[in-house]
Design a protein around this ligand. Structure first.
Ligand SMILES: NC(=O)c1ccc[n+]([C@@H]2O[C@H](COP(=O)([O-])OP(=O)(O)OC[C@H]3O[C@@H](n4cnc5c(N)ncnc54)[C@H](OP(=O)(O)O)[C@@H]3O)[C@@H](O)[C@H]2O)c1
Length: 334
């Protein structure tokens, strides 16, 4: 029987939070692989804050998704047909397959994953792009030293939770900033952070004064806005700020709010530097091997927030921007 592929195309450039009408949900027959190609049935699709950046008509580290084009997404799945010698039917793979059920690909950028080593969703989570972002963003850009004070925002999320645990492994003191009592409990009691700040309960600056009396050595920023400003005001001499993301700003209809406390960089001879996971592709395997050891030793944990059904994509994506996801957000398909 002929297979049908369902997929989401970008219909319009969203203003503010993306709406269902910004997407087209469509179907087509599944094609046969040509020489050199393989067919992947998607099993899990990664939903990432960066998707909001990819659908803006603006210059970034990747070209924007065009109107009428398949929505870009990382995913993991199983090879169901192959005319590419590198891949066999039954292989589990990860790649940039898009928001759809089946992907035909020439295999470029596709990697095999070992489901005996870890369950498939982990390859979109701690052993996938968010884990790599945390590993290289913290260790390469943040350069934490034992005994230093590391603060991370969106600390219960896919990237933040891994940042905090790696900082603990490196013998730092770690404070996580997260929204709500449950996420704060999770990062302290289950992940071993030293303290948590609930930014929804009261202004962050007061909590930072209490938890970081001598200041912050490394601030790993996932959210931007007022929380970045509060961290800037508490830097220690020689501090490093890692700019990983600014999710509080992604759905702005006006200009992004920049930090006003930036002169703290001058007085503290501090640095603020962007980090991009794609710069480290050549080192993913080395980082993955090290993180797998930490996972096996119980030092590195992750949780995944898995929502069933491709058709829920427009609404499920918004969980990221409404603080409704608990861990790495992904869709289960197939
Ligand atoms: N530079 C790179 O290469 C790279 C790669 C991957 C991700 N990133 C960035 O890393 C950040 C985290 O991504 P992720 O995949 O790990 O997402 P995530 O943390 O799993 O989910 C997003 C979280 O952001 C928090 N949030 C949403 N709106 C907020 C607001 N207005 N103020 C403060 N917090 C808010 C929410 O947590 P609370 O419940 O705690 O509010 C939400 O759960 C994003 O900024 C993303 O763009 C960068």
């Amino acid at each position: 029987m002929a297979l049908t592929n369902h997929k989401f195309l970008l219909a319009a450039r969203p203003v503010g939070m993306p709406k269902r009408s910004d997407w087209t949900y469509t179907e087509e027959p599944v094609g046969e692989p040509k020489e050199g190609e393989l067919l992947v049935q998607l099993l899990y699709i990664s939903l990432d804050p960066a998707m909001r950046i990819w659908i803006n008509d603006a210059r970034s580290y990747m070209p924007p998704v065009g109107i009428g084009e398949l929505m870009r997404a990382l995913g993991v799945g199983i090879v169901t047909a192959s005319r590419n010698p590198r891949f066999a039917v039954g292989d589990y793979v990860s790649g940039l397959f898009g928001v759809q059920e089946y992907a035909l690909t020439d295999g470029r950028g596709v990697a095999k994953v070992d489901t005996r080593a870890a369950p498939l969703p982990k390859y979109l989570s701690v052993l996938g792009m968010p884990g790599m972002t945390a590993y290289f963003g913290l260790l390469d850009t943040g350069q934490p030293k034992p005994g230093e004070m590391v603060v991370v925002s969106a600390a219960a999320g896919a990237v933040g939770a891994v940042v905090g645990q790696i900082a603990k492994i490196k013998n730092c003191r770690v404070v996580g900033i997260a929204g709500g009592a449950e996420k704060c409990r999770y990062i302290v009691q289950e992940l071993g952070f030293d303290a948590a700040i609930d930014y929804k309960a009261a202004p962050v600056s007061g909590f930072l004064r209490r938890h970081c009396p001598e200041g912050i050595d490394v601030y790993f920023d996932n959210v931007g806005g007022a929380i970045l400003d509060a961290a800037l005001a508490r830097l220690r001499l020689g501090a490093r700020i890692v700019i990983c993301g600014a999710i509080s700003q992604y759905n702005n209809t006006g200009p992004i709010t920049g930090p006003s406390n930036y002169l703290s960089l001058l007085s503290n001879r501090a640095t603020m530097k962007g980090t991009l996971v794609l710069d480290y592709v050549d080192r993913y395997a080395q980082a993955g091997a090290e993180m797998a050891v930490w996972m096996a030793a119980g030092k590195l944990k992750s949780r995944e927030d898995i929502v069933e059904g491709l058709a829920t994509f427009p609404e499920t994506l918004l969980k990221l921007f409404k603080s409704e996801n608990s861990g790495k957000l992904m869709l289960k398909v197939g």
